[in-house]
Design a protein around this ligand. Structure first.
Ligand code: MN
Length: 320
């Protein structure tokens, strides 16, 4: 299943630069850390890069292990570059400018846009990038150690919503989870890492955002928002958006969720979720973003109320 050219790429290079997407999540960082650790155990030299910023509480602790840019000295030995969990080359941020002349391998589970990289393993049916890294380790004859198993489980749990997004026929994912558990990963420790470590102000802000929720098209579309003032008064860095989506998705009849945040005087970022009917990847594209068919995001110029109205207008033909 792992493409032969990728295995050759890993065997033929002695040193590697590992990269993931900007504003990394636990699947991206878990993939980078586990693959890096495994390659180091094979005697390879590994350096880790990420544009950042590290915004998520569950992965903040790892940020000192990553450099934001590659300098010329790092490239002297002609290392192989491995890009993980990135659907397009611009997702690596400023690091794009640092790759000149190096061989690049890409491992990703998104429906990728553009065919960047010299060696590619793209499989949009895989539940997480860490699933693919685990398969890669196995294909090279390895077994994850306890740290690697933890990082791989962290990514698997993150991208599957702790397995609750999985439908029937997902035995490959559960088989990998079983192997990671046997290798020393604790689902309990992973859950605490993802859901613990919050500050009270964040939870209160989540309550405020939920209490504001507005309902449109007979309750099939719900909308809420966060202002710049909210962030000042709560001092909150990490909005609990996953929890907000989860709570709103539990409401009977809700098909589509819109969550907007005024980032600064001129920019709004948005998250969109759909249960079964709306292609929110296509919807986000109209606002300069993208993502998955049921979960997407964007950043666009504007103010909250006017962006909300434009999205509701786009949804009108589906719900009116
Ligand atoms: Mn991922």
């Amino acid at each position: 299943m792992v493409p032969k050219p990728l295995l050759s790429f890993l065997q033929n290079h002695q040193s590697f630069l590992l990269l993931g997407h900007q504003e990394p999540d636990a699947d991206c960082i878990g993939s980078q850390l586990a693959l890096g650790s495994f390659l180091a155990r094979l005697g390879k030299t590994v350096r880790q890069y990420n544009h950042g910023p590290f915004k998520r509480a569950e992965i903040n602790r790892y940020s000192p292990l990553f450099s934001p840019r590659i300098d010329a000295f790092d490239k002297v030995s002609r290392p192989g570059v491995i890009i993980l969990d990135c659907s397009s080359i611009d997702r690596i941020g400023d690091l794009q400018q640092d790759l000149g002349g190096l061989n690049v391998a890409v491992i990703d589970h998104h429906a990728t846009t553009g065919s960047f990289g010299d060696v590619r393993w793209i499989d949009s049916h895989r539940s997480s990038c860490t699933w693919m890294v685990h398969r890669l380790i196995t294909a090279l004859g390895g077994v994850p150690n306890a740290d690697e198993a933890h990082w791989l489980m962290l990514g698997l749990a993150t991208d599957t919503g702790f397995f609750r997004h999985l439908e029937s026929g997902s035995q490959d994912t559960f088989q990998t989870a079983a192997n990671l558990s046997a290798a020393g990963a604790s689902a309990k420790a992973v859950f605490q890492q993802i859901n613990g470590g919050k500050v009270l102000a964040n939870q209160k802000l989540m309550g405020l955002i939920l209490s504001r929720t507005e309902s449109y098209y007979n309750g099939r579309v719900v909308y809420s928002w966060e202002t710049q003032t909210d962030r000042v008064s709560f001092g909150a860095e990490n909005r609990e958006s996953d929890t907000i989506y989860q709570v709103l998705q539990g409401v009977t009849g809700v098909e589509c969720i819109i969550l907007l945040r005024q980032e600064n005087a001129t920019t709004v970022t948005g998250g969109l979720r759909s249960r079964a009917m709306v292609d929110v990847a296509a919807l986000a594209q109209k606002f300069g973003g993208g993502g998955h068919i049921r979960a997407s995001g964007f950043s666009c110029p504007g103010l909250l109320a006017d962006v909300r109205t434009r999205i509701l207008d786009e949804l009108k033909p589906l719900f009116d």
